[in-house]
Design a protein. Structure first.
Length: 429
């Protein structure tokens, strides 16, 4: 926040400050310092780096914040979750925030729906910082449109046999387990019949068809296009009820919408700080560029919009805290599209204010601009979020008193028209 944040309690504000302090002093140091950020961007990271990262996050209680402590979560709130994600995006990188975000929403789903085997074998170790998680949702023919997923799992004795492909999967090569939706019954496009499986990273039959690391931003996660070829999964690795995972997934996405938007905003705040400081020091025509109104108004607009986005996000998080993980779909969708579009707008505007040097690695702004770009469709495209908003917004905006018959006939009855209506107007032919 640039202005005072009256939407947070003083305990929540202290939590955010404590997160930033811990991240700066104990997490993003040594092996995980600023040089490591550049290595990630060059795809020169290692599994050891990610093991160290998740270990530090587990030991500092950043993983699975809303999950109770008995499963190694922090027993905290959704508001704390988004504040922690903001802090990671601000202090670290988007990909660090992404791996921890997975522990928040995958962790929550495992806690809500996982059996004892899943919570003991995967959830608790993940939140302790011992396991790297990978979310394998997107397929070549279904990204946004998850209900048309083509990956199948068929029951064979006491095992599921998984076949299909997943692409753009972060942490594909490092994942100790994959959180994987698949079709176990029903027809293409049905929401019923979708199940969630936890698949071990070293399961036989997993192949990496293509490395997808060298992309626009969001690098250093060893992302890949994967094939699951007769991969056998123990039946106890089914999350919740067979064929009933659609609601688990939409609930999970409801939380993910907030974390993805919040960590991208945290990163864009870092870019804004750098750009604002730069403009106070960069002299053009004998005055700092911050003295040009076009520049300082641009900073004013970004500061204002950033605060608006944080407030939207906190409001949605609080609704989830008060009314459960399924609540606040419209408010969450507002926070997601506005937050993610804005994070990209801010990072891009910051490059503009800094000029040519902003496109180099001298400052992290250009990396942030590339990193946050994917946030506009990751976990829910802005267009889809707006569709969710309009659906509920129309209901709220609806006024039964509104006279629809007047629409299109607004000129009717106006005295100076002498009884004519628009349709009866003068013939201009
Ligand atoms: C950096 C990065 C990291 C990723 N990490 C992961 C990961 O770890 N795990 C994973 O499972 N996936 C991951 N993905 C995939 C990501 O989730 C998908 O790219 C995203 O869901 C969109 O799917 P798609 O690319 O197939 O695009 P499509 O679904 O084909 O959509 C393309 C565009 O069409 C438009 N559109 C689609 N549907 C609608 C609609 N209903 N209304 C209006 N417009 C619409 C939007 O403009 C959208 O951006 C990652 C992608 C990137 C780029």
């Amino acid at each position: 926040m640039i202005g005072e944040d009256t939407s947070l309690t003083s305990a929540e504000q202290e939590f955010l400050s404590a997160c930033i302090e811990t991240l700066e002093q104990e997490v993003f140091v040594d092996q995980l310092d600023a040089e490591h950020f550049q290595e990630l961007d060059r795809n020169e990271e290692s599994r050891a780096d990610w093991e160290e990262y998740v270990s530090r996050m587990g030991s500092h209680d950043f993983a699975g914040i809303t999950v109770p402590e008995e499963y190694n979560g922090a027993g905290g709130t959704v508001v704390e979750t988004v504040l922690a994600e903001q802090a990671i995006g601000y202090c670290g990188t988007i990909v660090h925030a992404c791996q921890t975000s997975l522990t928040q929403h995958v962790g929550r789903t495992l806690y809500e729906h996982g059996n004892d085997h899943l919570t003991e074998t995967y959830l608790a170790p993940m939140l302790e910082g011992e396991l790297i998680v990978s979310q394998a949702y997107t397929e070549p023919s279904s990204g946004t449109d998850l209900a048309h997923l083509e990956t199948t799992a068929d029951k064979d004795g006491d095992e599921w046999v998984v076949n299909g492909q997943k692409r753009f999967i972060d942490f594909a090569r490092y994942g100790d387990f994959y959180f994987l939706p698949c079709r176990t019954s029903g027809a293409d496009g049905d929401r019923e019949g979708v199940s969630l499986l936890v698949v071990d990273g070293d399961a036989h039959g997993i192949e990496f068809l293509e490395s997808q690391s060298d992309w626009h931003g969001f690098r250093g996660t060893a992302a890949a296009w994967m094939e699951f070829d007769d991969v056998r999964v123990p039946e106890e690795n089914l999350v919740g009820e067979e064929g009933a995972a659609w609601s688990y997934i939409t609930d999970e996405l409801n939380l993910e919408h907030l974390t993805v938007a919040r960590y991208c905003l945290g990163a864009s705040q870092r870019a804004l700080e750098i750009a604002a400081n730069y403009t106070e020091n960069r002299v053009v025509n004998e005055r700092p560029t911050s003295r040009y109104q076009a520049v300082n108004h641009s900073v004013a607009e970004m500061a204002t919009k950033l605060d608006a986005a944080y407030l939207l996000n906190t409001r949605a998080a609080r609704i989830l805290d008060e009314r459960g993980i399924s609540a606040g779909r419209m408010e969450g969708a507002m926070a997601k599209w506005y937050g993610n579009d804005l994070a990209h707008e801010i990072a891009d505007t910051c490059i503009q204010l800094v000029g040519g040097i902003g496109t180099t690695t001298s400052y992290p702004i250009e990396r942030i601009q590339r990193d946050v770009r994917a946030g506009r469709f990751l976990g829910g495209a802005s267009e889809v979020m707006k569709s969710v908003v309009q659906h509920d917004a129309y209901r709220v905006l609806e006024d039964e008193e509104f006279d629809g018959s007047y629409v299109g006939n607004e000129l009717e009855g106006l005295p100076w028209l002498d009884g004519r209506t628009r349709t009866e107007g003068p013939d201009h032919d």
